[in-house]
Ligand binder design. Sequence first.
Ligand code: HEC
Ligand code: HEC
Ligand code: HEC
Ligand code: HEC
Ligand code: HEC
Length: 469
Amino acid sequence: MIRSIVLRRPLLFILATFGLLILVNLLCTAVFFPSQLSAKTQQSVQDGMPFFPFRASTDNRKLEGHMFQDPKACGACHKDIYKEWEGSVMANAWQDPIYRELLKRTSEATGGAMDNFCIGCHSPIGLTTGTATARGPEAKIAEDGVGCESCHNISASTGVGNGSFVLTPQKNGRPLKFGPHKDAESTFHDSAYSDLHTKSEICGTCHNVTHPFNQLRIEETYDEWRDSPYNAKGIQCQDCHMTPGPGVTGNPGKAAPTGKERDHVFSHSFSSANSTLLDHFGKKEMSERARDMLRSAATIEFLESPSRIRSGETVKVSLRVNNTGAGHKLPTGFPEGREVWVDFKVVDSDGREVYRLGAVRDGHTEKGTKSFKAILGNSKGEVVDINVWEAERLLSDTRILPYGHADVEYAFTADDRVRGPLRIQADLYYWAFPQHIVDELLGKGAMTVDIVRMGSVSKEIPLASTSSR
Ligand code: HEC
Ligand code: HEC
Ligand code: HEC
Ligand code: HEC
Ligand code: HEC
């Protein structure tokens, strides 16, 4: 009987089976999460998204604080790793005051509809144990941001972006850590080899952010890397962000005193760019590492410049900025803030400024500055630089592709007061946020944005009249 139904109406059979599965699933959920059975939760459990609209899942377990261990406990054996992580941006992802202010505003403006979404990547344990909320206060375990357990309890990914990781702390009542080794042995915890941890895909679960309701791609660091020559060459995020510094490929030693000798122990400072935040938290050594990374990311060179300058004539200068070191766009990540720009200056021999474009005025790069940045817009096409939940489209994107370059041109006229030779200088700068955004979010004087010089070129050009003497 059943067999004939299967044969004659395969679709009906599949639908019936599927319906039954969903029913069983919902009943199980009712037993395990009785308090949470609102209509919304039902719907999202059904969709496999218990933290809707965030994509994380937990292998159908209800997670509790005691299942996760304190990073300090890991530090007893993994001393260097702990010290590096503790000084990293990710360790501060929940404490970050800029994030917290924007979280508060997002939560208020959307009536809490985005809370899970915003909390999930910045405090995975806080979200999945229900201990972090947009308004706080929160439990200690939520405060560790992206901690040891956030990454080493990830057992799988279900896709890319928006938190598509599966968090499974402990197995068989014992702590279990997923990591890169097939032969790791520790008395403190079980270890399991995870291919995912050796690849960019683990980072991609969080480093791709799509607006949960209108699908605008807000952050695309993973996709930028995926489409780059670095991916083709097999160079992962870890190869640049988990070494002691730019250009250093090996870090031989042991990850723990009783561990095995390894050719490379992965460092955990995740150095990159946000020196402002690291300075704010007093992490001087780490903010210097971030500046090192920025200085390794790009070069700037003259393409075209005159050999003599005649006063009264329009002078053209062009420059090229090369993304030589970043495995994604330059800059990448959080689009409301990140900006790289050229500050172009012409000064005469008296030190008088003849021309400048690219100065910072009132917390902005001045109008007309050649800058490399993504600009988001709302439904009316107006610039969104704070209210990220309103972003609906990308208005422009001048960021530089990996191994790519961008050319910029300047034109100026030297008046007849100039004294030769003229010095032309172009500085390439980065800031994680324009100062005016930080002032608007935190109040004036709360945080000074660090402006980092990534590179610089200059040359002296004689005046035509001087040289004809
Ligand atoms: C009592 C010492 C000790 C403590 C405490 C400890 N570990 Fe380990 N852990 C080890 C040793 C030893 C190894 C094996 C290292 C090796 O051989 O390279 C290891 C390996 C690992 C690995 C690699 C696993 C793999 O399969 O690649 C991870 C990840 C890890 N530990 C995470 C943690 C975390 C997270 C904590 C804190 C919750 C922690 N450890 C606490 C001793 C410890
Ligand atoms: C559970 C989510 C999550 C995972 C997994 C994750 N990250 Fe992050 N990462 C974040 C968040 C959130 C921030 C931003 C924190 C802030 O600025 O408040 C961040 C920040 C960073 C930064 C600092 C950026 C800056 O502005 O200086 C680097 C570098 C980084 N991550 C690299 C990685 C790499 C490499 C991996 C993979 C090995 C990875 N991340 C995996 C969530 C994650
Ligand atoms: C953002 C995610 C992330 C965080 C946070 C994180 N790790 Fe890791 N860790 C990784 C990845 C990914 C690897 C493996 C890199 C690879 O193989 O490419 C790794 C490797 C390790 C290893 C093996 C090191 C080696 O090279 O032998 C240990 C041990 C470890 N982590 C412990 C820790 C501890 C302890 C903490 C907290 C203090 C921590 N991790 C925080 C992602 C993370
Ligand atoms: C070839 C080396 C390289 C690779 C591969 C690479 N990065 Fe980077 N990354 C850099 C450098 C250099 C910087 C600093 C310049 C910048 O901000 O772009 C950086 C910056 C960052 C930042 C901070 C951006 C900002 O301004 O806030 C994040 C986040 C980041 N990387 C994450 C990742 C992730 C995730 C991957 C893998 C999908 C990855 N990186 C792959 C070299 C690399
Ligand atoms: C899928 C993961 C993910 C989600 C969801 C997410 N973020 Fe982030 N967030 C990140 C990563 C990764 C970075 C770091 C990128 C970089 O450094 O450029 C970041 C950076 C930020 C920053 C910059 C912090 C600083 O100090 O520079 C702010 C602010 C922020 N996020 C707020 C939010 C808000 C508000 C929401 C909810 C609307 C949200 N995030 C949702 C992953 C996420």
